[in-house]
Design a protein around this ligand. Structure first.
Ligand code: ZN
Ligand code: ZN
Length: 241
């Protein structure tokens, strides 16, 4: 009771959406996304002509980007809310490494919009897992926070600790495309197949770079009997093509 009272009091004193997450300006009718009108109109939304597979923006008439033409991905498609520019990169860095967990509500709000906009229709939500050791070091998995909030908004169950990262891999950032693929091979596995059997899975991650991580998770989910895997990410690191 006392805890509840304290939480209520804190929420009244410091409402979640009092200031814009991006610029710090005051907002009067905030929602989960906590974005002021000015930022909203200037955020780098990943829309317009996009690759049908990975959701990256493309500047020509092709259906697929060069990356997706070169290599088959096993997930049905990915869509990203934003392009990974400096503003979004900073926000995601805070969210991941600075214990700025409050970002999850904002980002999940945008993921919710994208889910509706692109017409996803999934049975269960899954997130890209971290290796146990790394999660203990960071204290939380940002993609799990996003999945949890999105599950609440969509009223879709979230699968926890079933898709796991069994192999403690090197940081993908320092690796080239080929090394990334090798590094992640067999890194993910499913512990209990029943949760995924014949299901359409929504797979959540923060940034889409080469698609290797999402593809490797998809391999594990398909092996467990998933019908199809649909990916949804906050940001897309645009590949020049
Ligand atoms: Zn703002
Ligand atoms: Zn693509």
């Amino acid at each position: 009771m006392f805890k509840e009272f304290c939480e209520k009091a804190i929420n009244t004193l410091y409402p979640d959406n009092f200031t814009c997450n991006f610029c710090g300006d005051e907002i009067f009718d905030g929602d989960d996304k906590a974005t002021c009108e000015n930022c909203k109109s200037n955020l780098p939304f990943c829309t317009g002509k996009i690759c049908k597979k990975c959701g990256d923006i493309i500047n020509n008439e092709a259906t697929f980007c060069e990356m997706c033409k070169a290599e088959e991905k096993l997930f049905k498609f990915n869509r990203s809310v934003f392009l990974y520019d400096d503003k979004i990169a900073n926000a995601i860095r805070d969210f991941k490494f600075d214990n700025a967990k409050y970002w999850h509500k904002c980002f999940a709000g945008y993921l919710f919009d994208a889910y509706k906009f692109y017409g996803y229709n999934c049975d269960v939500i899954c997130y890209v897992p971290m290796h146990k050791k790394r999660q203990q070091m960071r204290g939380y998995n940002q993609s799990e926070l996003l999945a949890t909030r999105l599950g609440q908004l969509l009223n879709i169950p979230v699968s926890y600790e079933n898709l796991v990262k069994a192999k403690d891999t090197k940081n993908q950032v320092d690796l080239n495309f080929k090394q990334r693929k090798e590094n992640l091979k067999d890194a993910f596995e499913v512990l209990n197949n029943n949760e995924f059997k014949n299901k359409n899975i929504l797979l959540i991650d923060d940034v889409y770079t080469t698609g290797s991580t999402l593809n490797n998770c998809t391999v594990a989910l398909k092996k467990a009997g998933a019908k199809a895997v649909y990916c949804l990410t906050i940001a897309h690191a645009h590949q020049k093509n």
